[in-house]
Design a protein. Structure first.
Length: 70
C-alpha cells in the first residue's frame, strides 16, 4: 500500500510576508512593523529565526478588524 501524505501536506501555501512587504502593503514605515512586534498591535507576527514574518491571511484579517464607521 503506498504511503499517503496527510491532506494538509498537499495544500499549497503562499510564502510568508516579510516585514518590509507588510510595511509596503499597509503603507507604513518599516519601523512601525517592528513597533507592532515589540509593543503589540498590528497583525499576528511570527518570529522565524531572527526574522519577522506574517501569514497574509493574518494581515488581511487584522486590516479588516481595523475598519471604522465613517
Amino acid at each position: 500500500m503506498p504511503n499517503k501524505l496527510p491532506k494538509s501536506a498537499t495544500v499549497s501555501r503562499r510564502p510568508l510576508a516579510k516585514a518590509q512587504e507588510i510595511a509596503d502593503y499597509c503603507g507604513v514605515p518599516i519601523g512601525t512593523v517592528y513597533q507592532w512586534s515589540s509593543r503589540g498591535g498590528g497583525p499576528k507576527l511570527i518570529k522565524v529565526g531572527r526574522h519577522l514574518r506574517a501569514r497574509w491571511d493574518d494581515v488581511e484579517q487584522w486590516l479588516d478588524s481595523q475598519t471604522i464607521a465613517a
